[in-house]
Design a binder for this molecule. Structure first.
Ligand SMILES: [Zn+2]
Length: 376
């Protein structure tokens, strides 16, 4: 294993932070996976899964069972991990800019196309290796004036040439669910089976450039742009299976869970040809992918005490009661019903909320939303 420490741009003299990446297996085998934990720094389950992955990857490397490079970033957000406000970690938003740590990743397609065009004018199709080289260069050229920009650029540069990218997050209280693109579903389905995902939310762009989409959607974007610029059809495979893995809720931090998740991730890497391992029989699929635009959030109509009437993972029928919001000033309770048929997959962890707080999500089958599809 090679350990690399990447210095971030110091926000002020005397305050440097660094990002740690652990590199297992051969870097020259032409196969690569990148796994990062807790880009939202207060989402702790990923940190423990990374801890278990570390041990498992070291054992596999020792046995010579790694067929490609596995890059593990055991804590992806040293900035957020160190942000404290009144004794709580604020790991979702950068306190300096107010930006969500998992938004605004650069679209490398325009610059990568500029770099590829001279090689393609004479004809022929771009190879995956050519595109990756262009993307790495485009990534290296990204501006990084601030500490946050330097973190985003470094994370993207570790992932952009990978075949598999797993971004480990969690929700407040939730069952395990995944985010990816519709085109990648055949590649991601084994992961959904192995991890017993209860919802898979797919979108061709959620509108806010999260990390996984910056790695996956760049491929079709480059194909479209090259086709337009060259005036002939350019095709590219969806060469990066990038997935946001929501490891249940923020309090679901247990060795049994994390070790099993790590085992399933290794089995997925074996499915993808990155680990030499006895093939496992894939378990059954617990859900079909549903559009992210069909995931319907419920907002609290007024402030009050939340009393849940259903547990995450329940298959709801539209109109079935989900939660009561009890207003202590009037003594009245508002019952909110499921907005769709679908799995109730995530909910707020606090039990007192303000008016307008997003309190839960149900994965419906029909796309009913448009615009920005992720929560803030
Ligand atoms: Zn997150």
């Amino acid at each position: 294993m090679i350990q690399r420490r990447h210095a971030l741009v110091p926000p002020a003299p005397g305050t440097t932070r660094e990002l740690l990446s652990l590199h297992y297996g051969p870097a020259d085998a032409g196969r690569k996976a990148m796994i990062q934990a807790s880009l939202h720094a207060d989402e702790v389950p990923g940190l423990l899964v990374a801890h278990h992955l570390r041990r498992r990857l070291a054992q596999l490397e020792e046995r010579g069972a790694l067929l490609g490079e596995i890059v593990l970033v055991p804590f992806a957000n040293p900035i957020g991990l160190a942000q404290r406000v009144l004794q709580s970690v604020e790991g979702r938003f950068d306190l300096t800019s107010g930006e969500n740590f998992n938004r605004r990743y650069a679209d490398l397609a325009p610059r990568a196309c500029e770099l590829l065009l001279p090689q393609l004018r004479a004809g022929g199709q771009p190879t995956v290796a050519m595109v990756r080289a262009a993307m790495l260069q485009a990534c290296a050229e990204l501006p990084a004036a601030t500490e946050l920009e330097s973190l985003r650029r470094k994370l993207l540069s570790l992932a952009i040439d990978a075949d598999v990218v797993l971004d480990l997050h969690c929700d407040n209280e939730a069952v395990l669910h995944l985010y990816t693109t519709p085109e990648l579903w055949p590649d991601v389905e084994p992961l959904a089976r192995l991890m017993s995902a209860r919802a898979v939310l797919v979108a061709d762009g959620s509108g806010d450039e999260p990390f996984d989409e910056a790695c996956s959607l760049v491929w079709p974007r480059i194909a479209v742009e090259l086709t337009r610029r060259l005036g002939r059809s350019v095709t590219l495979p969806p060469a990066c299976a990038a997935v946001t893995v929501e490891l249940r809720g923020e309090a679901d931090v247990r060795h049994e869970l994390a070790d099993t998740d790590a085992e399933h991730i290794i089995q997925y890497l074996a499915c993808r040809g990155l680990v030499l391992d006895a093939p496992v029989e894939l378990p059954g699929l617990l859900c079909e992918p549903t559009p992210l635009a069909g995931s319907i959030p419920l907002d609290a109509p007024h402030g009050g005490v939340l009393v849940w009437l259903a547990e995450p993972g329940t298959q709801m029928r539209r109109g079935e009661p989900l939660v009561e919001v009890v207003d202590p000033s009037t003594g009245e309770a508002t019952v909110l019903a499921s907005p769709a048929d679908g799995v109730f997959y995530a909910r707020e962890s606090r039990r007192f909320v303000f008016a307008g707080t997003r309190i839960c999500k149900v994965a419906g089958r029909e796309a009913v939303r448009s615009g920005r599809l992720l929560s803030d």
